[in-house]
Write a protein that binds this ligand. Structure first.
Ligand code: GLY
Length: 394
């Protein structure tokens, strides 16, 4: 009888914790991930040819790219985050080295990605060390980004190209919301409100033109630069023009959460809340989205850990900004679920694996069959940021 009672208590979870393995606390999980990151990210450095940055992995080896690539700033950015957590001097030296190596990209920029490139590298360097020596390059990048603004469209131009078969005149992608943080930083540092005004104009115009009734957003909106009218809406990296490309929804959630935090404009918070409610409704049980919410073969489609990481970092921040208590709890619960899934053996590498990256299973551009089910530097970056935010270190 006693054994039967014990069994019932064990199964119902009432028995003392000692009878079951204890659940890893979020502090323990964070410390485990950052210990891994320290060793993996030092190993990446050892494998990189001088002047290059990690792009992904092929045949068990790190692949590389130049400072001009849109993702180059994430490696120094992650090194700054790893330094912020562990205060290891060797990691700081690497962060400094790879941040400085980004500087040539100010002379050959070809898109809006200056925010990703320079806010993650120089921006974190400045915020984490407080050393004003990092400021001039950051501000130069902000000036270049501001130069892509057109007062007629009210937005900054994303790309200078049109893909085969299309004639875009002034394409703006939802990803560009992320680059606005560089402009808000420039306004804060210089006191020049024109940077902030451009960011606000871009975010307001994007609410009007990128979003659908159901809270999802288009990837690309092409504007007429002479009249400001919308010429075309569709996708470049998603499944279909009308689908919800997962990382794009992540950029939207993060972008509006960040813009509310930087400006206090209520419409930006409302937009972030709308996107969050849509995501909470549509994310799978483990919190990791398929690469496109409308991909036709779900559940036999690829997951995208990078989209999960972006959303996760934004959910943590939105949970502390929204005054809707229920939504705040839901955002926190989703972020914890995403963190625990990403930190599980399903997604997280072991020491010495994955050519130094942390996370497996991201998708870069599936329609182009490029970077499908691979590690990507921005997946690691936003995952580390989510952990720092969760632990209130950031
Ligand atoms: N910013 C490009 C991408 O998210 O793939």
């Amino acid at each position: 009888m006693k054994r039967l009672v014990s069994l019932i208590l064990l199964l119902t979870g009432v028995l003392p914790l000692s009878a079951k393995p204890a659940r890893e606390s979020m502090e323990e999980l964070t410390s485990r991930v950052f210990a891994l990151a320290e060793s993996q990210y030092a190993a990446i450095d050892a494998a990189l040819p001088e002047g290059t940055f990690p792009k992904s992995v092929s045949k068990d080896a790190v692949t590389t790219e130049e400072a001009t690539a849109w993702t180059a700033g994430f490696y120094p950015g992650s090194l700054w985050y790893i330094y912020l957590y562990g205060k290891d001097g060797r990691i700081r030296s690497l962060a400094e080295k790879y941040t400085r190596a980004m500087e040539p990209a100010t002379r050959s920029h070809i898109s809006h990605d200056l925010g990703f490139q320079f806010n993650c590298s120089y921006g974190n360097a400045l915020r984490i060390t407080g050393d004003p020596g990092w400021q001039p390059v950051l501000l130069e990048a902000a000036r270049l980004l501001a130069g892509r603004f057109n007062p007629v469209t009210g937005v900054t131009r994303s790309w200078n190209f049109s893909p085969k078969g299309k004639t875009w005149l002034f394409p703006v992608i939802i990803d560009n919301m992320m680059n606005l943080e560089l402009l808000t930083e420039a306004a804060r540092l210089t006191g020049d409100d024109s940077f902030r005004d451009i960011a606000v104009s871009h975010a307001r115009t994007t609410i009007r033109n990128h979003f659908r009734e159901d809270g999802t957003c288009f990837h690309v909106v092409d504007y007429d630069p002479e009249t400001g009218s919308v010429r075309w809406r569709g996708t470049h990296q998603g499944y279909a023009d009308g689908s919800a490309w997962a990382r794009g929804q992540g950029w939207a959630l993060y972008g509006y959460t960040m813009m509310y935090e930087k400006t206090g404009e209520a419409a930006f918070l409302a937009q972030a809340e709308t996107v969050a409610r849509m995501l909470l409704e549509r994310l799978p049980g483990d919190g990791i989205p398929y690469w496109d919410f409308d991909a036709p073969e779900i559940p036999d489609e690829h997951r995208d850990a990078s989209a999960a990481a972006v959303m996760c970092s934004a959910f943590v921040r939105l949970a502390s900004l929204t005054s809707d208590r229920k939504l705040s709890r839901q955002c926190s619960a989703m972020a914890e679920k995403q963190i625990r899934t990403l930190a599980s053996p399903l997604y997280l590498a072991c020491v010495g694996e994955n050519a130094g990256f942390l996370l497996y299973h991201s998708v870069g551009n599936l329609p182009k069959k490029s970077q499908v089910d691979v590690p990507l530097p921005y997946a690691d970056y936003y995952f580390l940021e989510a952990l720092l935010r969760w632990n209130k270190i950031l």
